[in-house]
Design a protein around this ligand. Structure first.
Ligand code: MLT
Length: 294
């Protein structure tokens, strides 16, 4: 059941593996309910940030397999899923920092000081933005099928073309263009249900949300200079059939982040958590238990 809260005049929706019992005011929760009633203390919170053009529903298989003592949160970024888009008179220059501020507002709303921040692809770009804005609130990082560097000139040109495609054909045209590369060859050949689900997730997003994300990604800052200074436990996840973010990008991040560890998922393309949820969950669980004591 999606939960909601307000940031300024927008509604932000999120999935919560340990939601507050209905009727309990979140800011005055009685002692003993501060852990959501499931033994997951505020220190054991993990935020899952979705890819483009997905939404929080892409984390369903992770939310169904939360390790004991942990709480997983998965927000719909603004304009995606059930979250409101940017306000009409809002941000003049949309930035990934907008997403990061919404994530920090979610943690404030739930009175969580520090969390493990996990992002897949665009979600990883947003995770870097959270790290830049509020490093003290990041207890650990999971960087899945993502990259640290900013867009090349060629990639920016591709984004401009995608904005034109969106203007002419709507979200469906963007999805049609992206779908062949979003999933790996194994999924395309053997898992038609996943192909259909990914399409449905993407079509649930607003054109405003998709446009805002394209602009934010094309203008994003290079996160490479951040990597050597990352002090929290970090898991980098790659997959062997990822045509969008090749595994080389993961190896580069691995080499630059002190103490980072790598998990490579076999038989998965770009959306590794959806394509091989069992292996993805296992990698996450090992990381949380070995590096974060959960
Ligand atoms: C994503 O999966 O989030 C996007 O493909 C990332 C990108 O286009 O850079």
């Amino acid at each position: 059941m999606p939960e909601q809260f307000r940031v300024h005049d927008r509604t932000v929706t999120y999935l919560d593996s340990a939601p507050w019992p209905s009727g309990v005011a979140q800011r005055v929760a009685p002692v003993g309910l501060a852990d959501g009633g499931q033994g997951a203390g505020p220190q054991n919170t993990l935020v899952l940030i979705h890819a483009f053009p997905m939404n929080a529903d892409m984390w369903e298989a992770q939310l169904d397999a939360v390790p004991a003592g942990w709480r997983y949160l998965a927000p719909d970024l603004r304009g995606f899923g059930r979250s409101d888009p940017d306000q009409a008179n809002g941000t003049a220059a949309p930035s990934l920092d907008d997403y990061a501020r919404d994530i920090l507002a979610l943690l404030d709303h739930l009175r969580v000081d520090r969390a493990v921040i996990a992002g897949l692809s665009m979600g990883g770009y947003a995770a870097f933005a959270v790290l830049r804005l509020a490093p003290m609130r990041v207890r650990g990082l999971v960087l899945a099928n993502t990259r640290a560097e900013a867009d090349s000139e060629e990639a920016r040109k591709g984004r401009t073309d995608m904005l034109d495609l969106l203007a002419g054909g709507g979200v469906a045209a963007v999805v049609d263009q992206m779908l062949p590369r979003l999933l790996g060859e194994t999924s395309h050949a053997e898992r038609p249900a996943i192909v259909r689900r990914v399409r449905a997730f993407a079509l649930a997003n607003s054109a405003e949300g998709v446009r805002g994300a394209i602009v934010r990604m094309m203008n994003r800052r290079d996160a490479t200079p951040l990597l050597p200074g990352i002090q929290c436990p970090t898991l980098v996840i790659a997959s062997d059939e990822d045509a969008v973010t090749p595994a080389d990008r993961a190896r580069e991040m691995l080499a630059a982040i002190p103490g980072a560890q790598l998990s490579t998922i076999a038989g998965a393309g770009h959306l590794s958590n959806l394509e091989q949820p069992g292996d993805f969950n296992l990698a996450l669980r090992h990381f949380l238990s070995q590096r974060l004591g959960g």
